[in-house]
Design a binder for this molecule. Structure first.
Ligand SMILES: Cc1cc2nc3c(=O)[nH]c(=O)nc-3n(C[C@H](O)[C@H](O)[C@H](O)COP(=O)(O)OP(=O)(O)OC[C@H]3O[C@@H](n4cnc5c(N)ncnc54)[C@H](O)[C@@H]3O)c2cc1C
Length: 439
């Protein structure tokens, strides 16, 4: 534990090693800076640093043509199984694992999913054998997603399970299962494993997207409008919109949330509250147990409308409450102030008149906040700004550039060389939530 170069130098003095073996990491700016320091140290200490790939992300990629084929080939390579003979070269001094207190952190009070390789394998097995059945239907609601999604993201982010293992186990399950429903569901899941690297590749190719808009035409859109009161209310789960607040509070305790609800939280912050994605993204990154910079920053920008290429998706928190939590179970669980509010008012509690508030034991503006912004007015403002910008010639030009560099390829050809075929509309969750097709 400590500064990477200092720790390596100390180990080198104790053990005298000549090679450093590690995984390639597609990280954030700080881990890239660390890697550069380690590389410089290796150079000066004559250590050979060899980095191994661990995902489908390709370093030094010139363009996206053929990327999907290369991903497949990498994921199909044989797994390296540990034969049990791996031991430390020398008995090193092994200090006890640091405690939260010794790291200067306070107890987190969270209820997190189990960690470690054994738990990861159990989670994978239960998903491909049983839990995966309802995957496609379970994705959107935070209630069903809790069990119905794989929940493998923290394991992939920490490396307690490799993406190659998950891919290969899934392919075998699809091939071997006699259940057509399960095979169909698992194929949907297998597609998402590709998205994992598709998004990480964007950060690998353009590290600046952690800080800057993909489409620079969006610069200045939100930078000067940051309202700290809105930001704090959003972080605390006190916006007055029950579905937003329930999702935020649940995330803060469990460290996880399903895709649709993550997208809704960001859409609400970026469109309704007109907050810049960088600050809200940092806050979310600190909550997510599965924080993976390449996926995270690409998604933050996608859900904020700053990639220039994706369909703008603005979620109504009221509609999401009615669609994804029709019985109000999720809201009541995470926003106890609203526990006794009658179901017809639960998505819009500000519509209760004083007598209903009295019966529900919830005074609006006292026990639970009134909405911090007006839904319709905020959406109208955001739509006006976004569509006006998208129409400009500069936005169109930049969109073509972003698509060329980061867009997925339907075939081996770059997007401009493709002929588009009319397609039958797909079910919302079978379609790519990214708006750009992955093939
Ligand atoms: C604003 C925002 C931020 C996000 N940040 C992260 C993040 O930091 N780390 C992260 O792993 N995922 C992130 N996601 C994507 C997605 O929400 C999570 O991967 C998913 O909810 C994890 O749960 P699961 O493993 O049960 O997913 P499953 O649905 O079971 O999917 C299996 C795996 O596929 C990959 N995957 C699934 N959906 C996506 C997607 N849309 N894009 C890329 N990969 C995907 C993940 O590796 C996931 O673990 C983010 C989404 C949004 C909208």
């Amino acid at each position: 534990m400590g500064n990477a170069v200092a720790v390596l130098a100390q180990l080198q003095r104790e053990v005298g090693f000549t090679h450093l073996l590690s995984h390639e990491e597609t990280g954030a700016a700080w881990s890239y800076a660390r890697d550069r320091q380690v590389a410089a140290w290796c150079n000066s200490a004559r250590i050979q640093w060899q980095q191994f790939t661990q995902t489908g992300v390709i370093r030094g990629l010139r363009n996206r043509s053929g990327w999907a084929r290369r991903w497949q080939a990498r994921m199909d390579e044989p797994l390296h199984l540990l034969d049990g003979s791996f031991t430390a070269a020398l008995p090193l001094d092994q200090p006890a694992l640091p405690t939260l207190a010794s790291l200067g952190l306070s107890p987190h009070g969270k209820t997190l999913q189990a960690a470690g390789e054994r738990a990861a394998r159990r989670t994978l097995r239960s998903f491909v054998q049983m839990r995966g059945y309802g995957y496609r239907k379970a994705l959107s609601s935070p209630l069903s997603a809790e069990e119905g999604c794989s929940r493998l993201s923290p394991h992939l982010a920490f490396g307690t399970l490799s993406l190659r293992t998950v891919h290969q186990v899934t392919e075998v399950a699809i091939r071997d299962t006699p259940e057509r429903d399960l095979a169909y569901a698992l194929r949907g899941f297998a597609g998402r494993l590709r998205w994992h690297c598709h998004f990480m590749q964007k950060l690998e190719d353009e590290p600046g997207i952690e800080f800057c808009n993909f489409a620079r035409v969006c610069d200045g859109l939100r930078e000067d409008a940051f309202n700290n009161d809105y930001f704090e209310a959003w972080c605390a789960g006190r916006t007055g919109y029950p579905m937003v607040d329930a999702c935020m509070r649940s995330l803060r305790v469990t460290g996880w949330l399903n895709f649709r609800m993550r997208a809704m939280l960001v859409s609400f912050a970026s469109y309704h509250l007109w907050l810049h994605w960088r600050q809200t993204g940092l806050f979310l990154a600190r909550q997510f147990l599965d924080y993976e910079p390449g996926i995270h920053w690409s998604q933050m920008q996608m859900q904020s409308g700053t990639t220039g290429i994706n369909t703008l998706r603005m979620y109504s928190p009221t509609k999401q409450a009615l669609d994804q939590d029709p019985q109000g179970l999720f809201i009541r669980r995470w926003v106890p102030e609203l526990a006794k509010v009658p179901l017809p008012y639960l998505a819009e509690p500000w519509k209760m008149d004083p007598s209903v508030q009295h019966m529900a034991g919830c005074r609006m503006g006292v026990d639970y906040p009134l909405p911090i912004v007006d839904d319709k007015a905020a959406m109208a403002f955001a739509k006006g700004r976004m569509y006006e910008l998208r129409k400009t010639p500069q936005a169109r030009m930049e969109a073509a550039d972003v698509q060329e560099k980061h867009g997925s390829r339907k075939s081996g050809l770059p997007p401009s060389g493709r002929r588009r075929k009319a397609k039958a509309p797909r079910a919302p969750e079978a379609a790519s939530p990214q708006g750009d097709l992955f093939a």
